[in-house]
Design a protein around this ligand. Structure first.
Ligand SMILES: Cc1ncc(COP(=O)(O)O)c(C=O)c1O
Length: 418
């Protein structure tokens, strides 16, 4: 298996991929924790800090440039996920945005109202909802199937009732790589008039997101996971946003989206975010077949290409790990079910602590994560919390088949040494 030609071309745009760390070129398989960025993102951020470094709504050019920058960023986010710009709220990261929205929703919660959360989710889509117990909310937990890491939809169906107000669910698991059937979950939740809050942080670098198609009420992601800087992006359906009363300072605008954006935004981060979205669109225009000249069509074409390449990476990863003596892969193991996963693969090796594996790989220039990745419900459910959790290998589109081979070969060698 060989790496597609276009991947080598785009790799040249990522300065970090060409820089040695401690004398060797690293293999970045730590993407689920944060991605590397193309040069244009870095340049856009630097340019913003030189040319448009002011606060908003002023009477002078640099301030007006910031106002324009924010409008362009909202349009970029809208194009990325299929929303209207007025439905886009920016913030520091997914976790902070989710606490903000859960607090606003908390104002409408009456004692006995129910909120559904899942054990498959990152804690950032759990803790902000569990916090509403202080408003009298009752939390209903939905399990996943430990044998393949898929959500237990029968249990979800049983958890829903006319008392359910919110269903908080992840689009893709950052621990096991499972892709949840969001559209179906939305249909189930809407049938009892509950709102659905989707954590798309782990989905965004891998899947084409369309909030209209999904039908969700809220969706949140983080640009640093998809080749941008540290900026959080929240979509809220306009009628839902209008129904909420966010916590805000008095002089700030009282209408969405600004009413939900506390304080001064990370303007240079927004500049980088726009560049990251344009990077993805360029991947689609250069290497895909967008049916029309719009940025949205180009992004879809890019994600198609990316998904195709990631499929090859994931196939090799699963195949190679399966051959490692004593290795257990958690989550979906067969490529026949590729539609239900992204190329984030977690495993353990009998007799090895996950940190020891990650450390040994790290010394060889191969960067992988170990632990629970804040997906606490997953490691608890699998009985691995307190045991070091999992080793997680996360491929992104800039990874090559050769890098996967280097990872597998190094892992095999390290394990044989013990
Ligand atoms: C699935 C998922 N949700 C939420 C988060 C939290 O995102 P942020 O760091 O933007 O708060 C992460 C970060 O790792 C994640 O992977």
């Amino acid at each position: 298996m060989r790496t597609a030609e276009w991947v080598w071309e785009i790799r040249a745009e990522f300065p970090a991929l060409e820089r040695e760390v401690e004398g060797r070129l690293p293999v970045f398989l730590d993407g689920p924790g944060g991605s590397q960025v193309p040069r244009r993102v870095i340049e856009a951020m630097a340019a913003a800090m030189i040319e448009a470094n002011a606060n908003t709504h002023g009477a002078f050019p640099t301030s007006q440039r910031v106002d324009a920058l924010i409008a362009v960023a909202r349009q970029a986010a809208a194009d990325l996920i299929g929303a209207a710009p007025e439905e886009i709220i920016f913030g520091p990261n997914m976790t902070t945005l989710t606490f903000q929205i859960s607090r606003a929703i908390g104002r409408m919660i009456r004692p006995g109202d129910e909120i559904v959360v899942t054990r498959l989710d990152h804690d950032a889509n759990v803790a902000p909802w569990v916090a509403l117990e202080e408003r009298g909310a009752v939390i209903r937990w939905v399990d996943f199937h430990p044998e393949d890491g898929t959500l237990n939809l029968e249990e979800l169906a049983r958890a829903l009732s006319e008392r359910t107000r919110i269903v908080a669910v992840g689009y893709a698991s950052n621990a096991l790589g499972t892709v949840n059937p969001i559209r179906r979950i939305v249909e189930m939740a809407h049938a009892v008039d509950a709102w659905v809050y989707v954590d798309a942080v782990h989905a965004a670098p891998h899947l084409f997101i369309d909030v209209q198609e999904l039908g969700c009420d809220f969706l949140v992601c983080s640009a640093y996971k998809f080749f941008g800087p540290h900026v959080g992006i929240l979509y809220g359906r306009m009628d839902r946003l209008m129904a909420l009363q966010p916590y805000r300072v008095r002089p700030a605008p009282d209408r969405p989206p600004e009413a939900f954006e506390t304080g001064t935004q990370n303007h240079e981060g927004l500049a980088g975010f726009i560049a990251a979205v344009d990077y993805l669109a360029d991947v689609g225009r250069r290497f895909g077949n967008p049916p029309d000249p719009s940025r949205r069509a180009a992004i879809r074409a890019a994600m198609d290409r990316i998904r195709e390449h990631e499929q090859a990476l994931c196939a090799r990863l699963l195949e190679g790990l399966m051959e490692i003596p004593g290795a257990t892969i958690y989550g979906i193991r067969t490529m026949a079910r590729w539609a239900e996963r992204v190329p984030t693969v977690s495993f353990r090796v009998r007799g090895w602590h996950p940190r020891a594996i990650a450390e040994a790989l790290g010394r060889e220039g191969i960067y992988v994560w170990d632990g629970n990745f804040y997906a606490l419900g997953v490691t608890e459910r699998l009985g691995l919390e307190g045991q070091g959790g999992l080793v997680r290998v996360g491929a992104l589109h800039y990874n090559t088949v050769e890098e996967i081979e280097r990872f597998l070969e190094t892992l095999g060698r390290l394990l044989a040494r013990k």
